[in-house]
Design a protein around this ligand. Sequence first.
Ligand code: SF4
Length: 629
Amino acid sequence: MSVFPDAKILDIDLSKGTIDTKSLPGEIYRLYPGGSSLGLYLALQEMGAGIDPLSPENMLIFSVSVLTGLPISGQSRLNITTKSPLTGTIGDSQSGGFFPAQLKINGYDAIIFRGQSEKPVYLYIDGEKVVLKDASSVWGKVTGEAEKMIKEELNDQQLEIAQIGPAGENMVKYASIMNMSNRANGRNGTGAVMGSKHLKAVVVKKGKARKAEDQEGFKSLTGNVKERIIENEGIEALGKFGTDGELNGHNRDGFLPTHNFSSGYFGDKAKKITGTTMAKTILKGRDTCFSCAIRCKRVVEVEGKVDPFYGGPEYETCAAFGSYCLTENLEDIAVANQYCNMYGLDTISCGATIAFVMECMEKGIMTKDDVDDMDITFGNGSVYPELIKKIALREGIGDMMAEGSYRMAEKLGPEALPLSVSVKKQELPAHMPQYKPAVGLIYAVNNFGADHQSCEHDPFLTMPADAKEQVWLGMLGINLQYDEQKTLDDGKVRFAIAGQKFYSMMDTLCLCQFSWGPSWQLYGPAELVDACKYGIGWQTSVQELMDIGERRINMMRWFNVRDGFSAKDDVLPERIFDPMPNGPSEGHQMLKDDFEKAKESYYGFMGWDQDGKPREATLKRLSLNWLLD
Ligand code: SF4
């Protein structure tokens, strides 16, 4: 490939029922080569400030990348870009599976949905044949049922389907977009935007596999993948125990979010919900994404209770429905996971909102009368199926809970506000800033609310100088090693920023962090440069890739600044600054002054002013001059 490929984009106006195709020239596409960056570029070209996220004016953009669909692990990720109804900021979310690869194999880099259909529809894509179809019969169905019906209607069992469940239809603020009925674009409520447009699903036909441009060169990366996995303990464990394999370590160190983040220690009960316990009890098998050899996805079964079709819980889900809510019953957690996947809900925000209500009940801020006489108390996981259904259908207390914990707290009054553990109204994932302050900083400044997949995590820096983690950092010009991971200083800020740019680039190239991310490193940055060269003939460098990541962060920031977001929104919940009350971390405290100083340094290192706005010179350096216009 001597020139960068053009991007092919479907542009669908759901109000008019029109389907257009347009292309983005390669010289522009190279600056925003897919995923989140491509979505942002398209959104910022057209969407002004002040748009209601659930109005027809909001754009909903599906995008993949130049690398998606190549025969290598960790390249099949779908990015969704839209304005988030949960946070009011730019909305951004990724999922894996087979849908993303098949969308690219069908020839498309992105789909823009605009407007609002009068009746429920779904989009069917078979190469050049792209049609909107009536979705009235599947509207209101849970994901598994809708998937089955669509496959029968189109007489094709191999279709890949990304869809919303009833939660998206009812515009629950943290509704997800599901593919395979068990892979979620979970965060930021992108499913609610899809619901507001009366778009039930996007369906793609299975196409012929994509080939690397230089197949021999590409084989140098993929030919020895089994050996790479065996040699890499972390990757092997990830395959065996899934992401929930890390729960035990967090608890052992006293930083597993517990009791709605008021503690970091779940005691011996944590053992009952770890990935190891899951492997010994309800695990039925392992699943994967397109062409991925790691196979980290869980498939669980509990007879009469949990259907393996809906996959299995990951670490975040086990913590949100487990330790956040003091639930030690793994089967209850697996049921909650299934209900979230059936109804299309983000498991993190859903579990955290339930934990918030449990604490409101505990503190007497809410009573049984407020919650339809249900027993929503800490430790009672048996309440999950009924409660999740109520949230998705906005029935009874479910209607209030469908708004998320922050909006609930605003209604309940000042004593409830500290119990919503959220940033920019999005509930915190299961990594405690007190333990991982660099992650905490990124939670606060992240442009779409608290997110654990937007930077590298602090334990990375405590690795020995010759560890692969340190080699990775060295490639980015950072030479740091800490004995104590809880420190927050300027070195940590630089580390957080380097990681943020790298993860931002991965969300642009739609790469899975478990295959390509710094921690696990099935493939490192040097191999990524090779994958671009052998895969599509793109001669790139680590520096170009990092610039791509930085460009995306600045585009997101600009999107938010236009809507009035600033440093005042880059905050952490008050509870995070309390001393840890018990367990191995007892007495440890994250100091607010350290956090505020780190935030100032972050803005400075990023080339932003102290109100968190990118400076003109920064935008120009990143070829983002057009934003100033
Ligand atoms: S590592 Fe896991 S999540 Fe990532 S692509 Fe492979 S199977 Fe999917």
